[in-house]
Every structure is written in C-alpha cells, then in structure tokens.
Design a protein around this ligand. Sequence first.
Ligand code: 5GP
Ligand code: MG
Length: 182
Amino acid sequence: MEHIQIKDLAFQIHISEPKIRQRIASLAAQMNVELATTSPIFIAVLNGSFIFAADLLRQLDFACEIQFVKVASYHGMQSSGQVQELIGLNIPIEGREVIILEDIIDSGLTMDYLVKELAKAKPSQIKICSLLLKPKALKVPLEVHFTGFEVGNEFLVGYGLDYDGFGRNLPHIYQAVEPTKE
Ligand code: 5GP
Ligand code: MG
C-alpha cells in the first residue's frame, strides 16, 4: 500500500475518494427525502467540514441556507481547563430546523458544546450530520442523525481533516500508519 508523508507521520488510504463520493450521494439522497419541506439551515463547523459541506450541499435539491461557524477552544483562567467559544453564528435560527455539519466526532465534547450553545438560540430542531464518527471514543451520549462512516480510533487526515494544518487538500481520507516495531 502506497504511503504518503505529512511532517513526521506516514499515512495510508483508509477511505478512498470514490467511496466518499458514493456515501455522500446517499446521504444527500436521504436528506432530499427527509428535509425537503423544512427549509433548514446547515451550520458547518470550520475548518474541517469545508469540503464535506461543499460536496454535500451541491447535491441537495431543496431550499436551504448554510452558515459557517468555528468553535474556538482555549485554556481559560478557571481550573476547569478548556474554555470553548462559538464564533460566527450571526443569523437568527429561532424556529428553524438546524443541521450541524461536522467532519468528525471523536469524544463528542465539541458537538455536545455546539448543540447546547445552538439550543440557546431556540431552533425548532437540531440534527447532527458528521462525515466521520468514532463510536468507541465517545465520552458523551450523542444522537447523530446522519453519519457518513463509523471509524475506529485511528487518526485520520484528508478531505478537509488536517494534521497540524496540513493534509486538508488530500482527496482521500488517510489513516496514520503505526510505526512498525523492530
Ligand atoms: P471531539 O470534541 O469530538 O473530541 O473532537 C472533535 C474535533 O477533534 C474534530 O472536529 C477534529 O477537529 C478533531 N479530531 C478528532 N479526531 C480526529 C482525527 O482523527 N483527525 C483529525 N484530523 N482531527 C480529529
Ligand atoms: Mg472539526
């Protein structure tokens, strides 16, 4: 299997571009049935979801809007550690159906925060759509309405996902190759 190198890590293809394309087509087909009449607002989480959002949205044939947000995470003064902040939600979502678009859900903590934060703006409904889901890594219960692929706990890059800023442009999804033990 062909390997690629990003910085200090080697990666091999985990989900190929045609497989991704096929899966997104069926997610879109499902949405075209389930969301056809609700005029939803898609809220895509930057940076990782930009390619997924672009590919998915162009296959939807119903009226919809899209807004891009960012979840900034930094160490605050409190002993509790990580402080999160939702940036970029500058349109009203009250009474609207909201579909969150994520690249990957790992512990689920980011998504849990997002759902709670968006709920404050009183949408009629919030649904989660994630291209990738690591079920074994989940630390909080989450109902994910639309999942592209369930994956293991391996580290993934490509198709929007980065390793230290690099690799987002790769057309396939790659997984880090375990260093072989001598
Ligand atoms: P969570 O809050 O669910 O633990 O983490 C979500 C965020 O962690 C994702 O939006 C993504 O930025 C990052 N993340 C989790 N797993 C991976 C992975 O395998 N590869 C990359 N590139 N980012 C990941
Ligand atoms: Mg992300």
